[in-house]
Write a protein that binds this ligand. Structure first.
Ligand SMILES: [Fe+2]
Length: 203
């Protein structure tokens, strides 16, 4: 087998509490120093993500979330654990620009070991760890190792729209019975269509 080891030092990235404060329901909440670990291999070698378990002021640990730049969909395989995938498509203006605070369609999908999730074109996505163990996924998004920060912030992903809104349209929180539920992010103006995947919405 002929594998090129050149990019191995660029494969690992981690997302810290400091960075995640941009998108937490409670930015001042106490969390782990590192929320998740990314090992990027791109289309051929695949990307692995590993989440720490736990909550911060009631919100489960999650990935930051992003929209893809260009015509790019993505497949996720849940290889271990349990979680909730959040997908949202924003309203676009007449120039085709996404409006950060207006959601065309929001979907929550409860996932566990063995499940596959397809992230369609234009749908921003993040995944939440609602279990007591690590959550582990494999995905097939491309990585350009010539990017400035290929593993932590790959060029195909737009994080700014999520940062601006301090997360997605709903946060995934632990309810009084220790079960996952949703809590609306008050910064969003409109959400046109929702599929909450059977999860309750807490007031
Ligand atoms: Fe992605």
């Amino acid at each position: 087998m002929n594998i090129d080891f050149t990019n191995v030092p660029k494969h690992l990235a981690v997302r810290t509490q400091e960075k995640m404060q941009d998108v937490l329901m409670d930015p001042a909440g106490v969390g782990p120093a590192i929320h998740y670990y990314m090992i990027r291999g791109g289309v051929s070698q695949k990307n692995t993500t590993v989440w720490e378990p736990g909550t911060i002021s009631g919100e489960y640990l999650k990935t930051y979330g992003h929209y893809h730049v260009g015509e790019l969909s993505e497949n996720y395989s849940i290889v271990y654990g349990q979680g909730v995938a959040l997908l949202q498509k924003l309203v676009e203006n007449e120039n085709g620009e996404m409006l950060a605070d207006q959601v065309e369609e929001f979907r929550a999908i409860v996932v566990r070991t063995g499940d596959e999730v397809f992230m369609p074109l234009k749908f921003g996505h993040l995944v939440v760890n609602t279990g007591k163990t690590y959550l582990v996924t494999i995905d097939d998004s491309p990585v350009d190792f010539e990017d400035r920060d290929p593993s932590s912030f790959p060029g195909h992903a737009d994080y700014e729209l999520v940062r601006k809104m301090r997360g997605f349209a709903f946060y995934v929180v632990e309810d009084e019975n220790g079960q996952p539920a949703l809590k609306k992010n008050p910064l969003y103006k409109t959400i046109n269509e929702v599929d909450l995947g059977g999860l309750r919405v807490l007031e």
